[in-house]
Write a protein that binds this ligand. Structure first.
Ligand code: PBG
Length: 325
């Protein structure tokens, strides 16, 4: 055959494939979610997220020592409180476990990027992300509580706060409060296009945050919508978000790409608990190679346009990437 173009020439050897590879995943792209609990010497595997743990602060710090060595992009912290109430007031308690963890981590590892998830659902007795009145999650009352929560994290030393509640106007409320109190340099990573997704199931077991009644579809987005995601992102940027996020990631790669094309802003994607658990379960059955599938998933998310990826594989993949180099 007299073929001018033979694309296989650039696929023939590992070295040439490496040379022309467009998307290169690095440990610095990855953010690792961590679940911190009260107590000491606690390391309990989360049954719905094998390989992830509820950690008390002492053991969390040991885990972080490893992550720092691996050059991971950062961590996002979720606190598991002992007490819940109607409003979720533990969320902004300066002595709650997330605030304690931020203080301690920043003291020992000042260079590690520490992000905190700002939401009320772990702290409310009903499990919704805001205050409830007449069976409906109230937007404007909730904003004040979210602002207080973000401020308590900033005071504890968080580099970045990540509101995940999907109330209208929360980025503005948080930005204003942080600025008023002298935390102009605390960044906001907004969960801007956060869908009402069934893929959060395993996380809710990990965070004890499933809604007791109803679901989150009056505040999280309808999976059928795409233009709405762009409107949400635009609003968050106007309100002062520094980084915007699409969540989940794999079922929403089209949204990631549209967001990347439309806005020249750092873009994050959350490779959520269900995306992880699916592959983990299939791998346990011997149906998939976990490492290869994870690597392909994360590379695809980056290729779609997200330069920051929150993933439960962060540590495993960072280790693999270090080994490959
Ligand atoms: C809190 C929050 C959730 C996740 C991150 N922050 C759960 C939810 O909205 O129900 C999900 C993360 C995951 O599934 O990995 N609102």
């Amino acid at each position: 055959m007299n073929l001018t173009h033979r694309p296989r020439r650039l696929r023939r050897t590992a070295s040439v494939r490496k040379l022309v590879r467009e998307t290169k995943l690095t440990a610095a792209d990855l953010i690792y979610p961590l679940f911190v609990v009260h107590g000491i010497e606690i390391k309990e595997e989360i049954s719905s997220l094998p390989g992830n743990y509820h950690l008390s602060l002492d053991l969390l710090l040991e885990e972080i020592a490893d992550l720092v060595k691996l050059g991971i992009g950062g961590i996002i912290l979720f606190g598991i409180p002992q007490i819940k109430d109607q409003l979720g007031s533990g969320a902004w308690d300066q002595e709650e476990i997330v605030q304690q963890a931020c203080r301690q981590i920043k003291e020992e590892y000042p260079d590690l990027l520490v992000i905190t998830d700002v939401c009320l659902c772990q702290y409310t007795s009903h499990g919704h992300c805001g205050a409830i009145k007449n069976g409906y999650v109230q937007n404007d009352i909730t904003l004040e509580n979210l602002a207080k929560t973000a401020l308590s994290h900033a005071k504890a030393g968080a580099d970045m706060v990540a509101p995940s509640d999907m109330m209208d106007g929360r980025v503005k409320a948080i930005r204003e409060r942080l600025d008023q109190e002298g935390y102009q340099d605390t960044a906001i990573m907004a969960y801007s296009a956060k869908y009402s997704s069934a893929f959060y199931g395993p996380f809710r077991e990990a965070a004890h945050s499933a809604p007791q009644e109803g679901d989150r579809s009056s505040y999280q987005m309808d999976p059928a919508n795409s233009d709405e995601a762009l409107r949400e992102i635009k609003l968050d940027l106007e309100e002062g978000a520094d980084i915007v996020m699409v969540k989940p990631a794999l079922p929403y790669l089209d949204i990631i790409r549209r967001a990347k094309d439309q806005f020249n802003t750092p873009l994050a994607a959350y490779n959520v608990s269900g995306e992880y658990a699916m592959i983990k379960a299939a791998a346990q059955k011997g149906w998939l190679d976990e490492e290869k599938t994870a690597l392909e998933s994360l590379t695809s998310i980056k290729r779609a346009g997200a330069e920051i990826i929150i993933t439960y594989w962060a540590k495993d993949i960072a280790k693999k990437l270090a080994k490959d180099n």
